[in-house]
Design a protein around this ligand. Structure first.
Ligand SMILES: Nc1ncnc2c1ncn2[C@@H]1O[C@H](COP(=O)(O)OP(=O)(O)OP(=O)(O)O)[C@@H](O)[C@H]1O
Length: 739
């Protein structure tokens, strides 16, 4: 016992040194920031922007140092050569650059997650340090030395740092996801550290850590490929705003703030979509045949007139001839610009042709030509005639016309059946749906911007940027800051007036931004059209795609990765599996699996890492009228189990939330109920699809047999402790016997 106490004392003293160094670095960063800010607003514009750039740099560094307070150091490796290496959330060195703490993402930390007795990787002992605040509260050792373990049988599933892992899994849920950096398991680590190139698909049943792995992988890639990814950015796509709120603390807690997170509906700047379509409509809108329809709809806005149009300009008879239009049109198309931009080529060419008619007729001198072109450009009849031939149009107008004007759709989509086309019809004032977003994006891509001015501005900005870059290189050479910022990043920061825009902020505002890496969570829900939209934003095809094809609710989503991704990525992807469920007690994990299999879902078998007593109970009621009252009772009991002190979370999952909310508002737990739907609230009443990706201590599931199979599979696997089922009817097929 005293051996353990001594050991704890020694580790405490190491930890004290690490926190002391952390405090010192924080103080340094603060002092630098103060100095920069104190310099005041005087000096040349270049001096000011240089100061702003450094202020942002020190602010970022300070934020990173502040973010690692909790569990700064969580592990230690004792190596065969007698060296000791501490593993933590970030790397620390002392003033002489001797390493004190190794960043978990560094190659030197890999053995902490991967070493086993069979493959010890020069590790004699791995130690997990469990800390609370700045105190070491316990230790957990695994001896991996081959001699010591020669006789042991180390085959099969292996949970590393079991005590720390079990404690993490058993902790009460807060409504926000935590990082798992101290207890990443070997099969997860292999995915997190996979190379940057290519697309990596991670298939895994519920609770296997897909979201956790995806987030840690983003942090890992940013650390190891910072130069590339800091400039191009990383995009994280999640299924809903509630889900993004649920995970939004994980990356900052890992010291990374530069990732753009978005739902699919939020990816097109300026368009908001929150509603879903009915299944058959969503399926059709997600079908790749819609790309053809959008393409043809754009093409239909370029039309050679059947007859000549005669106009009078400056007293001259000017003729718009079909063959001139056809000629200008093919020249414009050869520019390979999008429709609205190619239109400028077309118009210029046509005005030139018409101007020639005028100069020929009036024998003008060549220097008068530009005045004639301008006259023609401002003549209403000319504008109308050219617009009819090549119509400038926005993506919204193009797609809305397809849905509201049957003749336009028939013209653009002869490859759809009449019944299919009828599915797409809707009133002009209907709001955009999530499945419309990829169609609008497709249209935006083909139409481009109608903005000559924008291009002039861009050219001027590029020239200025080149000048700034040269200056930034000089600044870096003289300031010694080159170790943690490159010239381009500094230029970006110079360029900003007021608060500096990060790569993430610029990327989020720009539809045409292309990211260095894209992480997609709940990726099974994406339609083929949605994939096209995402892949446009990721020309390198460097992707992390995590999901579970047994949980697919979207009619246009994936039921097999192969079928969805092969046509889009060909051989540029590979698939990995996660096999251990860290969330759900084994009875629930197994029960959900049986029910899903009975419904014919493509289930990935998992084993659960958790055993919890009394995890599943079914309450049967005789008549439907008493269901809500029984639910309220189950919720009251549940809040007692997990504590009504806002430390645990309870969710009611039902297809019909309103009566349940009414019953709960009239009950003793009313005060726990939020006004809206709030992921932080201790009690939430949700429809099944809202629970996607989330987890709760206790789930009260109402009438499970009424849920669609994938929704039921999701709902049954959200609880970390207890599932309470209230039903007045039969239980779904495959339900565990005797429950
Ligand atoms: N190595 C680990 N150590 C501790 N906790 C873990 C570990 N891996 C996963 N978990 C926990 O298990 C839970 C489930 O993880 P996560 O939400 O990432 O799973 P998922 O595969 O995305 O699930 P689903 O498909 O159901 O949405 C989370 O609470 C997560 O923190």
């Amino acid at each position: 016992m005293s051996g353990l106490t001594d050991e704890l004392g020694r580790e405490q003293s190491t930890l004290d040194d690490l926190y002391a160094r952390l405090d010192e670095l924080r103080a340094q960063a603060r002092a630098r920031l103060r100095r920069v800010r104190k310099a005041g607003p005087s000096g040349s514009p270049q001096n000011r922007s240089e100061r702003d750039a450094f202020a942002t740099l020190y602010e970022d560094r300070l934020a990173q140092l502040e973010a690692v307070e909790d569990r700064l150091c969580f592990g230690r490796l004792d190596l065969a050569d007698g060296a000791t290496r501490y593993i933590g959330r970030l790397g620390l060195t002392d003033a002489e650059h001797t390493s004190l703490l190794t960043d978990w993402r560094a190659p030197a930390a890999q053995a902490f997650y991967r070493a086993t007795a069979a493959h010890a990787d020069d590790v004699v002992r791995r130690r997990h340090l469990v800390t609370r605040g700045r105190q070491v509260v316990s230790l957990e050792d695994e001896v991996l030395d081959l001699d010591a373990y020669a006789a042991s049988d180390d085959q099969g599933a292996h949970l590393s740092g079991e005590g720390a892992l079990l404690a993490a899994m058993a902790a009460k849920r807060t409504g926000r996801m935590n990082d798992i950096v101290a207890t990443i398991q070997s099969e997860q680590d292999e995915i997190i550290r996979a190379p940057l190139t290519g697309a990596l698909v991670v298939q895994g049943g519920p609770g296997t850590g897909k979201t956790a792995v995806a987030l840690h992988r983003a942090a890992y890639l940013l650390y190891n490929h910072r130069k590339v990814l800091e400039r191009s950015g990383v995009l994280l796509v999640g299924p809903s705003p509630a889900f993004l709120r649920y995970i939004d603390q994980v990356l900052p807690s890992l010291g990374e703030t530069g990732v753009v997170s978005s739902t699919l509906g939020g990816l097109l700047p300026g368009v908001r979509a929150t509603q879903d379509d009915e299944g058959p409509v969503a399926r059709l809108k997600g079908d790749l045949r819609m790309a053809k329809a959008v393409e043809r709809a754009v093409r239909a806005r370029q039309r050679v007139p059947e007859r000549e149009t005669h106009l009078r300009v400056d007293g001259v008879d000017v003729v718009i001839r079909p063959r001139d239009v056809a000629d200008a049109m093919s020249r414009a198309r050869r520019s390979h610009k999008p429709h609205n931009e190619a239109r400028a080529v077309f118009v210029r060419d046509m005005l030139g042709k018409l101007a020639t008619q005028v100069t020929d007729a009036l024998a003008y001198a060549p220097e008068d030509r530009s005045g004639i072109v301008e006259d023609l450009r401002s003549t209403r009849e000319v504008r109308v005639a050219l617009n009819i031939a090549w119509f400038p149009i926005t993506p919204e107008q193009l797609v809305r016309d397809l849905f509201t004007k049957p003749h336009r759709l028939a013209q653009a989509a002869p490859h759809l059946t009449e019944a299919e086309r009828a599915l797409l019809a809707r009133p002009a004032d209907a709001p955009w749906t999530i499945a419309d977003i990829p169609l609008l994006d497709e249209a935006a891509e083909l139409l481009g911007e109608d903005d000559e001015l924008e291009r002039v501005r861009n050219r001027a900005a590029a020239a200025e940027r080149a000048r700034d870059r040269e200056y930034a290189q000089q600044v870096l050479a003289t300031s010694g800051a080159g170790a943690f910022v490159d010239a381009d990043t500094l230029v970006d920061r110079f360029a900003q007036q007021g608060p500096a825009l990060t790569t993430a902020e610029r990327a989020a505002a720009d539809r045409a931004w292309t990211y260095g890496h894209v992480v997609v969570d709940e990726a099974q829900e994406l339609s083929p059209m949605a994939w096209r939209m995402l892949l446009r934003r990721c020309p390198t095809r460097s992707l992390t795609i995590v999901g579970d094809v047994a949980q697919t609710a979207n009619a246009a989503g994936a039921t097999r990765w192969e079928t969805m991704l092969r046509p889009l990525l060909r051989d540029g992807w590979q698939q990995r599996e996660l096999t251990v469920n860290y969330r759900t007690p084994d009875v629930l994990a197994q029960g959900a699996q049986d029910v899903a299999l009975a419904a014919g879902l493509p289930v990935s078998p998992v084993t659960s890492a958790r055993e919890v007593d009394d995890a599943l109970r079914v309450v049967r009621v005789e008549v439907p009228e008493v269901v809500t009252a029984t639910v309220a009772e189950a919720v009251a009991a549940a809040t007692e189990t997990v504590g009504a002190d806002r430390t645990g979370r309870v969710a009611v999952v039902t297809l019909d939330p309103e009566p349940v909310r009414v019953a709960l508002r009239a009950s003793a737990v009313a005060r726990l109920l939020p006004d809206g739907s709030d992921v932080d609230a201790p009690l939430a009443v949700l429809v099944p699809h809202e629970t996607k990706g989330l987890e709760f201590d206790v789930v009260v599931l109402v009438e499970p047999a009424t849920l669609r199979a994938p929704d039921l599979y999701v709902a049954m696997t959200r609880a970390t402790r207890q599932l309470r089922v209230v039903t007045s009817g039969a239980l779904p097929a495959g339900w565990p016997h005797g429950r």
